[in-house]
Design a protein. Structure first.
Length: 138
């Protein structure tokens, strides 16, 4: 691993015994996953805009989970969060899920260091640098 961001992500994964398993796909870019972190399972929906999710690359899956959790933390308005994920804000299931994310993120952060994605959004969007390395891990 050449990029420190990938090394840090791997260390976070190992330290917190993380594993991500796909439960299903809600729509093309929204994946329902079981996120195991420090012995606790979390039901999450993650944004997979570029169809990168691949269970054989657990570091990439962890990045996508952390990125989705960080999106929640940075977007404190439900309607804007729905817009970010192209979700129907009038669907009460999404409001219930959005509200549950507060407890989920607090629990995760109480058992780990703070949620950090390590790799920049720009590298993710450009498919370059540390993200390129992450996608191509064997």
């Amino acid at each position: 691993m050449n990029h420190q961001e990938v090394v840090k992500l791997k260390a976070w994964k190992v330290t917190n015994s993380c594993e991500v398993k796909k439960i299903g796909k809600i729509k093309n870019d929204l994946v329902h996953v079981d996120f195991l972190c420090n012995g606790i399972h979390y039901n999450l929906y993650i944004d997979d805009e570029y169809n990168d999710f691949n269970e054989t690359n657990q570091l990439l899956c962890l990045y996508l989970v952390l990125r989705s959790l960080k999106d929640y933390q940075e977007e404190d308005d439900f309607l804007k969060w729905c817009n970010l994920y192209s979700l129907n804000a009038s669907d009460s299931n999404w409001l219930d899920y959005y509200r549950s994310l507060d407890a989920i993120t607090q629990t995760i952060e109480s058992k780990t260091d703070k949620i950090e994605v390590f790799i920049t959004d720009l590298e993710y969007q450009l498919r370059s640098g540390a993200f390129y390395e992450l996608v191509n891990l064997q």
